[in-house]
Design a protein around this ligand. Sequence first.
Ligand code: ZN
Length: 250
Amino acid sequence: MKYALSGALAVFAAFTVAAASASPAPAARETVVFVEAHPDDLAGHLGTAMKLAEKFEVHVIDFTHGELGCGEEKFKSGWTRRTRTAEETEVCRRAGFKLHWCEEVDGYAYAGKAACDRLAQLFKEIKPRAVFCHWPIDVHDDHVMSAAATLKAINLAGIKPERYFHEQDIQSRGFAPAYHVDITPYVEKKAQLARLYVCQGGDKIVERKAESNRVYGRNSSQRNVEVIGVFHGTVKPGGSVFDGLDGVVQ
Ligand SMILES: [Zn+2]
């Protein structure tokens, strides 16, 4: 009886080991980070972020909460901060992106030491393979400051990620597209998500971005296209996060 029980246990143990080795824990995915000055800035490249999410864990860091986006009164009462924080949280939740905040203030944002240190700390934790930030020539100071802080924080964190730039269609100046990303499969979901930026006129954002995507689509013979710039020298030949993704043309 004792032998029979031991035998049964041995068979059970062997089965358990076999079952465990048949389904190993999934390997952690590499990460990419999008740094945005304001919550709704993500709307400009949601399609690219969703496409990258097929291969990578996508993180979003908002430099500010967009506190000034609905006027002085709602800024002072804290209404805009609460509302835009909730909107961005919902967009990232639905998209499956991990959201972080840098806690600068809309309209008063600087690429100062505290902001750069906070970003650097996040980069050390996230260990991004690629970082996307605003194109640094832009009519909105917050966009410029968040881009400067991002580039400084990358050096402070001692990391060497691929560095890319995203465009704000009506505010960037002299943007140089390096990658044309066909986002046609994501157009509907992009519109659904961008519409959630209600206090910034979500429907208008959807219209404006869709028009921009169609214009870039015509120019590149693709249908709906977002464009991404690159910090030359930070991407090795054949070593881009875009390699192997369908519908990305350099
Ligand atoms: Zn913005």
